[in-house]
Design a protein around this ligand. Structure first.
Ligand SMILES: [Cu+2]
Length: 84
């Protein structure tokens, strides 16, 4: 089984649609990820729930997804500070 790391960069429109802090997953809307999947809204589990402590619905984020034989989950999550 292969494990690959995918880093979503700032130029992507990535933001939370929904956050389930109790179960530890998020619904995220993302742009096309070349070579992997088209733009879509999808759910990801996070590796540890504490990753969700500092994010809210509507935030734009950088995140890293690890794909394993058991599925994909988020291992890093960082809010993008927008200048306003
Ligand atoms: Cu997707």
């Amino acid at each position: 089984m292969s494990t690959s790391r995918l880093r979503f960069v700032r130029d992507n429109q990535v933001f939370f649609v929904m956050i389930n802090r109790e179960e530890g997953w998020v619904e995220i809307k993302h742009e096309e990820i070349k070579g992997l999947m088209p733009a879509m809204t999808m759910e990801f589990f996070v590796k540890t729930r504490s990753l969700l402590n500092e994010v809210q619905v509507g935030d734009r984020v950088d995140f890293t997804v690890v794909e394993t034989g058991k599925g994909e989950f988020i291992t890093e999550l960082k809010k993008i500070q927008t200048a306003q």
